[in-house]
Ligand binder design. Structure first.
Ligand SMILES: [Zn+2]
Length: 82
């Protein structure tokens, strides 16, 4: 895992340390999320309360529409991140 993104494995934003994220579109096992604190966006794959394969994605477009859920939620919450 990219060291810079390592905090995401624990559900923490690597940029601001926040733990709350807006949940975005799913793609297979992964989904896009946006940090509720600093608006950085990442693609993450939840795995039993952990995050694996985190990737930084560009902030492109508004966080709205049917693919973004009301939130925010914790990435480590298995009910929010099935
Ligand atoms: Zn953040």
């Amino acid at each position: 895992m990219n060291d810079e993104l390592a905090p995401l494995a624990r559900g923490q934003c690597p940029d601001c340390g926040g733990i709350w994220f807006h949940l975005g579109p799913r793609g297979g096992a992964s989904r896009n999320v946006e940090c509720a604190g600093c608006a950085s966006r990442f693609n993450v794959t939840p795995w039993y309360g952990r995050v694996i394969f985190p990737q930084r994605i560009p902030r492109f477009g508004e966080r709205e529409g049917p693919h973004w859920e009301e939130g925010p939620a914790k990435l480590t919450d298995r009910r929010a991140m099935p």
